[in-house]
Design a protein around this ligand. Structure first.
Ligand code: 5GP
Length: 198
C-alpha cells in the first residue's frame, strides 16, 4: 500500500521523551513525510513564547479555563510539566483517528503513560538524546531556558529516561534523518495493517 493511499487505518502515536531530545524537530520532519498525519495541538497554562500563536503551537488557557476543561472531561490526559499544566484535547484526537488519520501527540512521559493506559492500542515512541551530556548541551544551545530551568529539565529528564523501558519503541536521536526514517517506518507498519489484524 502506498503512503498516499487514503484507505489507511487511523492510529494514535505518542512521541515522548526528555525536553531537548529533539522531539519537536523529528515531529516536524515526520509531518513533511507522512501525508495523512495530523499533529494534535495541546492546551497549556504556560505563557506564549515569542513567535508562538494561539491555536497553532498551543491553545493558551488561563488556569480557570484549564480547570473547566478538566471538569468537562475534555482532556484525554493532562499533566503538570515544569510548573505549568498541559493537556491533550480529546474530541479533536478522536475525530481525526476515526477519519483514518495518523495522529501524533507530542507530550511528556506522564501524559504518554496515561494515554497508553486509556487507549492500549496507541503506540508509544520514546525519543532520547544519545547521552545525558548531549541533552544538556542541546538545552543550553536552544537558549529558550534559563540556567535554573535547564537544571529542572535535566532532573526531569533523568526520571523520564527511567521510563523508556515501558515504551513500544525507543529511538535515539543521534541523526535527525535516520531517526525520522525510523518513526515513519513505525507509523507505516501500523497504518498499513488490515483492520482485522490490529
Ligand atoms: P514546552 O513548554 O517546551 O512547549 O513543553 C514542555 C513539555 O510539555 C514538553 O515535554 C512537551 O512534550 C510537554 N507537553 C506539551 N503538550 C503536552 C500535553 O498536551 N500533555 C502533556 N502531558 N505534556 C505536554
Amino acid at each position: 500500500m502506498s503512503m498516499t493511499d487514503t484507505t489507511r487505518i487511523g492510529n494514535l502515536f505518542i512521541v515522548s521523551g526528555p525536553s531537548g531530545a529533539g522531539k519537536g524537530t523529528l515531529v516536524r520532519a515526520v509531518l513533511e513525510r507522512v501525508p495523512d498525519v495530523w499533529l494534535s495541538v495541546s492546551a497549556t497554562t504556560r505563557a506564549p513564547r515569542p513567535g508562538e500563536a494561539d491555536g497553532v503551537h498551543y491553545f493558551f488557557l488561563t488556569p480557570a479555563e484549564f480547570d473547566r476543561e478538566i471538569e468537562n472531561g475534555g482532556f484525554l490526559e493532562w499533566a503538570e510539566v515544569h510548573g505549568n499544566r498541559y493537556g491533550t484535547l480529546r474530541a479533536a484526537v478522536e475525530q481525526k483517528i476515526s477519519e483514518g488519520r495518523q495522529v501524533i501527540l507530542e507530550i511528556d512521559p506522564q501524559g504518554a503513560i496515561q494515554v497508553k493506559r486509556e487507549l492500549p492500542g496507541s503506540v508509544l515512541v520514546f525519543v532520547g538524546a544519545p547521552s545525558i551530556e548531549e541533552l544538556r548541551r542541546r538545552l543550553a544551545t536552544r537558549g529558550s531556558e534559563t540556567q535554573d530551568q535547564i537544571e529542572v529539565r535535566m532532573q526531569t529528564a533523568i526520571r523520564e529516561i527511567e521510563l523508556a523501558g515501558t515504551y513500544d519503541f525507543v529511538i535515539v536521536n543521534d541523526d535527525v534523518s535516520g531517526a525520522t526514517d525510523k518513526i515513519v517506518a513505525i507509523m507505516d507498519s501500523y497504518a498499513n495493517q488490515a483492520p482485522d489484524s490490529k
